[in-house]
Design a protein around this ligand. Structure first.
Ligand SMILES: NC(=O)c1ccc[n+]([C@@H]2O[C@H](COP(=O)([O-])OP(=O)(O)OC[C@H]3O[C@@H](n4cnc5c(N)ncnc54)[C@H](O)[C@@H]3O)[C@@H](O)[C@H]2O)c1
Length: 303
């Protein structure tokens, strides 16, 4: 008995890296998997049938999977991806939005194309499958069907939640995905569908591209024992979130890095100052802001 017996999942960007790890894990837990991948380079160029590699691995291990080569930003093609899950396997329960690219550059060197491509694949590439999947579940729900097995699992990153030099495009997209997760979780709450976000890590080609990190890119199936760089270490959390056992968990941002699972806290109010229904004067703010908001008396310090 697997946690996901009878479930059908779509995993985007599952030809390599972290997405491949998720697809293998979901299949191991009994789900049938549509393995989506456009087969691009790290910077999002070209196309290929890289999804086939993951399908083969799943089949070799006794699972069921089919490949899909759609670009996650292509609205109509992703409608086809959602339809494919239903026509091939009879239903859709789980969408893992994982596909991603990187085009790192400090803001002064970042081109318009670098910005657009990264925002497009991560942010629009999360919106489009979510939109189609939710419409699929809403239509079933209107016919009286129970769609509470519906699960959306998005992908953020530690860098996106805290900021990282050279990644204005990537971090903006990843923080945006966290906000998207929280909003959509509210919108689909009544359907019983959950929407959560995972922050993974691992020695993929994306991680290996970080200058000076000294990381060698490897696929999850190249690790046969526990290794802190294995890109599939967050996959059990994805499988759990996808299961019935996590039906009460929604709108959450969870990082799963190495052997640690961390619940991220959403933005919350910090220290504040108030002025009894009067407009602030800019000139009075220096002392108050430094003392009461930034807890310092040295205006030279940066916060
Ligand atoms: N590797 C890490 O340490 C790390 C850390 C935090 C978050 N992430 C996130 O995890 C996800 C997977 O990254 P990875 O490290 O496995 O990278 P990866 O490059 O190994 O895999 C990404 C996959 O996405 C596919 N892809 C790219 N653009 C696509 C598109 N438009 N449509 C469909 N597929 C597309 C690629 O072909 C590739 O197979 C990304 O969202 C990434 O931002 C990775």
């Amino acid at each position: 008995m697997g946690l996901l017996d009878g479930r059908v999942a779509v995993v985007t960007g599952a030809g390599h890296g972290i997405g491949r790890g998720h697809a293998l894990e979901l299949a191991k837990e009994g789900a049938k998997v549509v393995v989506n991948d456009l087969g691009t380079t790290l910077s999002g160029e070209g196309e290929g049938k890289d999804a086939d590699l993951t399908v083969e691995l799943i089949e070799q291990r006794g699972g069921e999977a089919v490949a899909n080569y759609a670009n996650v930003t292509d609205f109509d093609a992703v409608g086809g991806l959602i339809d494919q899950a239903v026509t091939e396997f009879g239903r859709l329960d789980i969408v893992v939005n994982n596909a991603g690219i990187a085009r790192d550059a400090a803001i002064w060197n970042m081109t318009e194309a670098d910005w657009d491509a990264v925002i497009d694949v991560h942010l629009k590439g999360t919106f489009v499958p979510t939109h189609h999947a939710v419409n699929h579940w809403r239509a079933l729900n209107k016919k009286g069907e129970d769609v509470s097995s519906g699960r959306i699992i998005n992908t953020t990153s530690g860098a996106g939640l805290t900021g990282n030099f050279g990644q204005a495009n990537y971090t903006a997209a990843k923080m945006g995905i966290a906000a998207f997760t929280m909003t959509v979780s509210l919108e689909v709450f009544k359907l019983g569908v959950t929407v959560n976000c995972i922050g993974p890590a691992g020695a993929t080609r994306m991680a290996a591209s970080i200058p000076g990190a000294g990381i060698e890119a490897k696929e999850p199936d190249e690790f046969d024992e526990w290794n802190p760089m294995d890109p599939s270490l967050s996959s059990p959390v994805v499988a759990w979130l996808a299961s019935d056992k996590a039906g009460h968990v929604t709108g959450q941002i969870i990082r799963a890095v190495k052997d640690e699972i961390v619940l991220m806290q959403p933005w919350s109010n910090g220290p504040s100052i108030k002025k009894a229904s009067k407009r602030w004067e800019a000139s009075e703010l220096t002392a108050l802001m430094n003392a009461d908001l930034f807890n310092c008396r040295a205006p030279g310090l940066r916060y």
